[in-house]
Ligand binder design. Structure first.
Ligand code: PEP
Ligand code: MG
Length: 313
């Protein structure tokens, strides 16, 4: 019974020497809330809100949205919930916020936060719904932010509604390179390694043929993460990771070694990441991160990091 209890242990994320790393869930709709809670997530690090908007001719009302956000908070009575504002564009077209007529490269077009320069009302309603929830456990962040000016614009809209815990995703290389400037405008950042990789390597994330470039162990991606996490450390503001990279137990240790304070992932990945992190000290994670960044290839970075993470086998 003891062994069973230990193997299903779902306590808070931490390294072997007790450095706390909250392990959070990426959630894409209300149906996944229960999975996330059941897997022992300590909160939601990325609540993708596209599900509320897709397949509709009109945006959901403020009241409908408020209920959805309250439901997410109710699923995690003790945890924080990071709600990401609508990430429209590219593969997610929406009739009520149409793309500009000619967009030869939608992934490089008016997507994410950018779209709401032309449709501020949709953003106003979403932020209004979030403010109406009125919870201190609620955090709000914007996708696809490229510059500090965009981060400041979003933060200003949020604060005008009374929202106090405001962040942005770092998923465009320019934002990682100037993360210090971006952080000056917001309370926290969350690194989205999926798009950060796509844009750093100029390789469409949906193209299987590009998978070698999307390997999240690519040293150039680790460098960008290190830049952003380092800037957050200097600013004294939280920096999480919410891309797929956090779901790999060895890479999760490396990301912590690079300075990530929280990791958010698919609920199914939580147990292995919790165990991997709990088996290594913060110093081991830092050493693994250091040697990984010294390599030239993703494969070498993975192999070099593993030497310092012996418990992962
Ligand atoms: C990311 O880009 O890494 C991310 C977490 O967001 P999404 O996968 O929804 O684009
Ligand atoms: Mg993204």
């Amino acid at each position: 019974a003891l062994r069973a209890a230990l193997s299903s242990w779902q306590g808070p994320g931490r390294t072997a020497d007790g450095h706390q790393v909250p392990l959070l869930a990426n959630v894409g709709g209300p149906g996944e809330l229960r999975d996330a809670a059941g897997a022992g997530a300590e909160g939601i690090g990325l609540y993708r809100t596209e599900f509320l908007f897709l397949g509709r001719s009109e945006p959901p009302s403020e009241e409908e949205q408020r209920q959805a956000y309250e439901e997410a908070l109710a699923a995690f009575p003790d945890g924080k919930v990071v709600v990401r504002t609508l990430d429209v564009g590219a593969d997610k077209p929406l009739a009520f916020v149409p793309a500009p007529a000619a967009e030869p490269n939608p992934a490089l077009g008016e997507r994410g936060l950018r779209r709401f320069r032309r449709f501020p009302g949709v953003m106003e309603t979403q932020l209004g719904a979030l403010a109406a929830v009125g919870s201190e456990r609620l955090r709000v962040m914007a996708p696809m932010v490229a510059t500090a000016a965009e981060a400041a614009w979003f933060a200003q809209m949020c604060r005008a509604k009374g929202l106090t815990d405001v962040g942005v995703m770092i998923e465009i290389p320019a934002a990682a390179l100037r993360a210090g400037d971006v952080l000056a405008a917001v309370d926290f950042v969350s690194i989205g390694t999926n798009d950060l990789s796509q844009y750093a390597f100029a390789a469409d994330r949906r193209l299987g043929a590009m998978s070698a470039l999307h390997d999240p162990w690519q040293p150039a991606l680790l460098d960008l993460v290190a830049l952003a996490a380092g800037a957050a450390g200097e600013a004294g503001k939280p920096c999480g990771i919410c891309g797929e990279a956090a779901a790999d137990p060895a890479l999760a240790c490396v990301l912590v070694g690079l300075g990530a304070g929280t990791l958010s992932m698919a609920p199914s990945a939580l147990a292995a990441v919790r165990a991997g992190l709990g088996a290594h000290t913060l110093e081991q994670c830092r050493r693994a991160a250091g040697v990984a960044r010294e390599q030239e290839t993703a494969a070498d970075a993975r192999a070099a990091a593993r030497v310092h993470l012996p418990e992962l086998g």
